[in-house]
Design a protein around this ligand. Structure first.
Ligand SMILES: [Zn+2]
Ligand SMILES: [Zn+2]
Length: 327
């Protein structure tokens, strides 16, 4: 799709993207049809500054990542430390989106949501700052404590990132449940202590075996279905946390055993979006040597082959696809 070339205001920045991850949200936007597309696709963006206003902090040529949108910092939710609930979240955003030849970063977004890429980090890996930031937020929203057990339902890129983030943030036992052997193999090698192939294994039994029959401390449901959440609820220990991390279609409902919720006092929550603080933490984690995040990127496509990248993600061929802009 053609979007008009962004015209920067006096204090705005222009980036040339170098790497942009494709995620399930992009696939959703493509399959929903162009009329619902507010931006060009792409919100997992790394790039190079090609136009900067007079500003001592930034210079042309610098490599950066930028948050796709920004909370207002003024409203009830922002003042309560819940920026991703801000009703103005999309008022300030990258334009037209990350999958474009040039991307405008409004001054306010640059000020609070743009970060230099550390020297040792490639642009490709830095483009994981946004989705890893979402995973970090999911783990934090679920009150994961050091030494906890974490069950991630879903073996896709977000599931792998959630497992990786959980491990980096102190989970002692990480279990990944999924249904694709090639993805579970990556999880087993790099991000999980135990993987459960739900096509042939009993998740409840595997969880019981790993947790002295107690259930896990934290569950992140990264699969877009009510069933994923239901099996998460069945796996959590009394007093633990279950997070509806994946976006689901409108009308998705589950049946809830309220008696169990009352007596077993587990917490049921959700996580959506990302704030700049999570992306800053993600950049820190991406630099650390504890976890090798690079295995989450399984394929690269050039900008002219973006359509193939979207199909690759939609068909769950590998894990994450990144569009690279370098010739
Ligand atoms: Zn995404
Ligand atoms: Zn706000």
């Amino acid at each position: 799709m053609d979007f008009p070339e962004p015209a920067p205001g006096e204090k705005d920045f222009i980036l040339e993207p170098t790497a942009c991850g494709i995620c399930a949200t992009d696939v959703k936007l493509v399959t929903k049809g162009a009329k619902e597309i507010r931006f060009a696709l792409g919100h997992e963006l790394a790039g190079k500054i090609v136009h900067a206003p007079e500003n001592p902090k930034w210079k042309v040529g610098q490599r950066v990542v930028v948050a796709p949108y920004l909370s207002c910092n003024q409203c009830f939710f922002c003042k309560h430390g819940q920026p991703t609930l801000c009703p103005h979240l999309y008022d300030v955003s990258i334009l037209p989106g990350g999958l474009a030849e040039r991307v405008l970063v409004p001054a306010e977004l640059a000020q609070r949501g743009m970060f230099p890429i550390p020297q040792k980090l490639s642009d490709e890996l830095a483009s994981l700052a946004e989705p890893l930031g979402c995973a970090i937020k999911g783990v934090e929203d679920s009150s994961l404590q050091k030494g906890d057990s974490l069950l991630v339902i879903g073996d896709g890129p977000m599931g792998q990132l959630a497992a990786a983030a959980g491990r980096a943030l102190g989970a002692k036992t990480v279990i990944v449940a999924g249904n694709l052997a090639h993805r579970l193999a990556v999880a087993k090698l790099h991000y999980a202590d135990r993987v459960v192939d739900i096509t042939c294994e009993d998740l409840a039994k595997a969880v019981a075996d790993c947790t002295d029959r107690r259930g896990v401390d934290v569950v992140l449901a990264t699969v877009s279905s009510g069933e994923a959440l239901v099996s998460g609820i069945a796996s959590v220990r009394s007093g633990g946390w279950v997070n509806a991390f994946a976006g689901v279609p409108e009308g998705t409902r589950i049946e809830l055993d309220v008696r169990r919720l009352h007596y077993q006092q587990y917490h049921l929550t959700g996580s959506s979006g990302v704030a700049p603080e999570h992306m800053a933490k993600a950049l820190d984690l991406l630099q650390s040597k504890e976890v090798d995040y690079s295995k989450i990127i399984s394929e690269r496509f050039s900008f002219t082959h973006t359509g193939e990248a979207v199909a690759y993600v939609e068909n769950r061929v590998g894990l994450k696809a990144v569009v690279t802009f370098l010739e």
